[in-house]
Design a binder for this molecule. Structure first.
Ligand code: EPS
Length: 391
């Protein structure tokens, strides 16, 4: 089974990502990993930390002579900010006078429930691990999943469809979304310049007022054949797995598959994607759809259309103009703690969600097609594709 885990604190020495269950023989393009990490650091509205970090993944194991060898892939991502935190957050007991307690929890962050749960006198250790800094490690792991999916012709990309009240008011094509991933400068990762300018204006407004702003990103999986995921057990449905994967990202408060939200207020006759038999030669089957309101999933199984997953992000909980809180020391009302922060992370969250979606899809692909080597996996994959083409 393809699995991954991460370790590391936001201001610790490094983040760690470990991916196991990747078949042998997958070419590992380290530039793609670096590029994904770079993309996650971009976007209008990031804070001072992103001027310090230059994320890169140092591969320790599982890759030799440019290819995976089937053993767990361990990667380390150094935190450049560690040079400023070594004495504040040492592994050893260190000097208590140098600690930086976070003594008034931020509403919306993990600060208060985490401190209560772990019996910490302040929220420092909670925020260190709850921080979205951890998504850098997820993106490194997700890049390995993308490298596994690439030889099968399966691609994953994201774009931003809303920041605050500014939204993309037209559908985006796969080609437009894919082209965004190649851009050398990223503003808000929107396919439409006019909508992107409106999104930037939303960020500018909160930059002026000391507030923060959320939005919606959309992740698209292109090239996935029908039949991945299954209806037979609740915990194997791909829609449920994707929902958990995307919901687990920091600040995501809702997940939508296809037209899930507006489908609830529409009639069945307008929602469901009628079936035709006129698919092109390059499609997996001749069965085709006029539209894709289902977001590529029916019964938790891929149907051959693009898989479309949206993540709804709340505004970041660290505000330059902090909200009301309570002091851990005195129990008196005080303002919530503030160090420094981003004001908008919707494009970055989209890149982190691509990683989560790629890891989920890669896991299901490995489960379905098996194989200890990429050659075996590809053989099984192509055989299945022939089978469904002849259906
Ligand atoms: C974060 C707080 C900020 C963000 C961080 C997430 O970090 P700092 O407190 O060091 O300024 O920059 O995100 C990242 C470091 C990152 O790489 O995305 C938080 O509290 O969640």
């Amino acid at each position: 089974m393809l699995r991954f885990s991460t370790a590391g604190e936001s201001h610790g020495e490094s983040l760690v990502a470990m991916v196991s269950g990747v078949p042998a023989g997958v070419p590992v393009d380290q530039e793609l990993i670096s590029r994904e990490l770079w993309r996650r650091q971009q976007g209008y509205g990031r804070g001072g930390r992103m001027r310090i970090e230059r994320d890169g993944a140092h591969i320790l194991s599982g890759v030799r002579h440019g290819k995976t060898i089937g053993s767990p892939i361990a990667m380390v991502l150094a935190n450049k900010d560690w040079k400023n935190w070594g004495e504040i957050l040492p592994v050893e007991e260190g000097d208590a006078a140098k600690h930086k307690p976070v003594a008034s929890p931020r509403p919306g962050h993990a600060d208060l429930p985490g401190s209560l749960k772990y019996d910490f006198p302040d929220a420092r250790y909670v925020l260190e691990r709850a921080s979205a800094r951890e998504t850098a490690a997820r993106v490194a792991a997700g890049a390995i999943a993308k490298l596994l999916l690439r030889p099968l012709g399966i691609e994953v990309a994201s774009h931003v469809i809303r920041v605050g009240k500014a939204e993309l008011r037209r559908p985006a094509t796969w080609e437009e979304i894919a082209a965004l991933q190649l851009k050398e400068s990223v503003l808000l990762n929107c396919v439409d310049p006019e909508s992107e300018a409106a999104m930037k204006a939303e960020v500018d407004a909160v930059l002026r007022t000391g507030d923060t702003i959320g939005g919606v990103f959309e992740v698209v999986v292109h090239g996935l054949p029908p039949g991945v995921g299954t209806h037979v057990n609740w915990d194997e449905r791909m829609d449920g797995l994707l929902a958990q994967a995307v919901m687990s990202l920091q600040a995501v408060k809702a997940v939508e598959i296809g037209r899930g939200v507006t489908a609830a207020e529409s009639l069945g006759s307008t929602v469901h994607d009628e079936i035709a038999y006129n698919g092109g030669e390059e499609a997996y089957t001749k069965f085709s759809r006029e539209h894709n309101n289902a977001g590529g999933l029916e019964g938790g199984i891929s149907n051959g259309e693009d898989v479309v997953v949206r993540g709804y992000l709340k505004p970041i909980s660290t505000l330059r103009r902090p909200l009301g809180s309570v002091s851990f020391a005195t129990r008196e009302p005080v303002k919530a703690a503030y160090e420094r922060s981003d004001v908008c992370v919707v494009p970055a969250a989209g890149v982190a969600a691509e990683a989560m979606v790629a890891l989920t899809v890669a896991r299901l692909v490995v489960e379905k097609f098996g194989g200890d080597s990429l050659r075996e996996l590809e053989h099984n994959f192509r055989g299945y594709c022939e089978q469904i083409k002849a259906f």
